[in-house]
Design a protein around this ligand. Sequence first.
Ligand SMILES: [Zn+2]
Length: 353
Amino acid sequence: MTTRPERGQRTWRFLSAAMVAAVAAVPAVADPASAAVPRVAQRWTSLMYRSLTPSPEYVQLRKTLAAQRATLRARGELVGQRTATHSAAQNALARAISADAGARTRYALAREALTSARNRLTVVSQQRPRDPAAVTAAKSRVTATARSAAIRRGQASAAAAALRKAQSTARTATAGLDRATAAWQAASATVRTNQQKLISLDRSAEYARQAAALSRDVVTEVRAGFTVADTASVNGIIVHKSVTFAFRRMLADAKADGVVLSGGGFRTRQRQIELRKINGCPDVWTAPASSCRVPTAIPGRSLHEIGLAVDITSGGRSLTADSAGFRWLSANARKYGYVNLPSEPWHWSITGG
Ligand SMILES: [Zn+2]
């Protein structure tokens, strides 16, 4: 850089990945021209940027995992289908076993009937005096039982073939179910492993915690050298430049969840003095905030005066403890470095003060 910013006219351009790296590489010896820039605020911004910007590896793994979850679902469905097929094959096998047993019993009975008819024929053929009518009857009985036995044999043979086929189908179905189950288990193990890996790659909460630990120092140092030039607009809300990235993301993510947030951020010392009067504080400079009709910090102490607090509205109304906006922020604001002042559901800042 050939031109150096004037003192107080600070440059806050560390919102790109390149600048995050640059911030991380800030030399230990301060450049006199940028000595007024609160390093701790830059560090806060950098941490929040990293917290809200997943690494390419994380993004890639999340994509991979989504695909693997789809595979797992498909394989789960296949296991369901194969289970049904297996169950149907087992039922068919049970029926075939029973049909085969029945057919063999009937064939055995038919053979017994044939044997006894033949024996009867032998007996009546050898009887003396010969009884032609009895012989004829015995012969026709042999013929009839032989025909019946042939039919029963055919039926038994068919039932045995059906049983072999049912056994083969059942074996195939069992193997198919085993393969599908193994494939599902493999996919399940992969998803579990990558879920763990994804969790280990997710440093966002850790970065947000580190930023939160700096927030009081950020307030102290920003306040020490604050000028209006340090503020910027996010959707019409004026905030300190150190929080624009995180704050913009918070509004965008809330909106994506169906919660449209707006509000007022920065206000001048003069406006704070006016508010002390408007909000019925006993006096401007000493009475505690809680003694005002609407809690209003003593001028010089409000985080609004340095753009690090925002009074949030939704649908044109200040948030209340039972509003959707408050619920969303209670669940999510910490991810963006924002904390609520418990006595004022609408008031969110980087320290909760
Ligand atoms: Zn406020």
